[in-house]
Design a protein around this ligand. Structure first.
Ligand SMILES: C[S@@+](CC[C@H](N)C(=O)[O-])C[C@H]1O[C@@H](n2cnc3c(N)ncnc32)[C@H](O)[C@@H]1O
Length: 253
């Protein structure tokens, strides 16, 4: 008698159980109600995930040549911020963009500045204090939870951050929940398609890869700007027709 069928049925069962567990990871908690962080991914949808930049790299984020290399002043124009908005600088580091955004949404608006490294948030606070900026709220997120309030954010900016997420699905789910109905994500990533951009390949992303990952997680592209020297700038909104898949497949992982 052939063992092929029972064997493949068993294998299918194991795969289903594994993908159920994977989909359920964000909601699994310990007896102390602490969320269980699943193992960090090495890859997501065919892309190798980059290592997080440690806080030792903070001086590079506020280098003098950044304006000339990345044109943050043009990025700020493209974001179209207005006084009173609630914006988020996701993966803020020492707050290069948080401080720029804080001025544009003041006086009533605020910046929710999220990072997983407390050292980065401390540097951000020192920089805000130094410049007399009071509308930046530092938030220490986790690898699987941005710790943002739901239905609150008008615009969430991610500069050179997304490709470092060790848990992209969970982070995008939290980000999606934090947006207002017409809230937007503004994503900046170094262009993988352009070999002249002097950044290590793992820290770059192609438009094609970005679209694949964002569509799979309930976002739709609503605008893009191609005039920056090194980066893609893509705007996403929540896709109202999207439903989370009941099972994740090995291809998602
Ligand atoms: C290359 S730095 C960019 C900092 C800042 N966006 C900028 O452009 O100046 C990436 C930052 O993302 C943060 N980061 C990585 N994974 C994160 C996560 N899951 N949630 C929040 N921040 C994260 C890192 O701690 C680091 O400070």
């Amino acid at each position: 008698m052939s063992h092929r069928r029972p064997h493949s049925l068993m294998l299918l069962g194991v795969l289903c159980l594994q993908s159920c567990l994977w989909s359920a990871w964000p909601v699994l908690v310990t007896a102390q109600d602490k969320p269980i962080v699943p193992p960090a991914r090495q890859k997501y949808m065919g892309r190798t995930i980059a290592q997080t930049m440690g806080y030792g790299g903070a001086p590079w984020l506020i280098r003098e040549t950044r304006e000339q290399e990345e044109r943050p002043s043009e990025v700020m124009r493209q974001l179209g911020l207005k006084p009173g908005m609630v914006v988020c600088d996701m993966g803020c580091g020492n707050g290069f963009y948080s401080l720029l955004m804080a001025r544009q949404v003041a006086p009533e608006g605020k910046v929710l500045a999220v990072d997983i490294q407390p050292e980065m948030l401390h540097l951000l606070e020192l920089r805000c204090r130094d410049k007399g900026i009071q509308n930046v709220e530092p938030i220490q997120g986790t690898l699987i939870d941005p710790k943002l309030p739901e239905d609150t954010v008008d615009l969430l900016l991610m500069v050179d951050v997304y490709h470092e997420f060790s848990h992209p699905q969970q982070m995008l789910a939290g980000i999606r929940k934090s947006l207002k109905a017409k809230g937007r994500v503004a994503l900046l990533e170094y262009r993988a398609e352009d070999r002249s951009v002097p950044i290590k390949p793992l820290h770059k992303m192609s438009k094609r890869q970005i679209l694949k990952e964002y569509k799979a997680n309930g976002f739709r592209l609503v605008e893009q700007y191609d005039g920056l020297p090194w980066q893609h700038l893509m705007f996403f909104e929540r896709d109202p027709d999207w439903r989370p898949p009941a099972f994740s497949t090995p291809a998602d992982q």
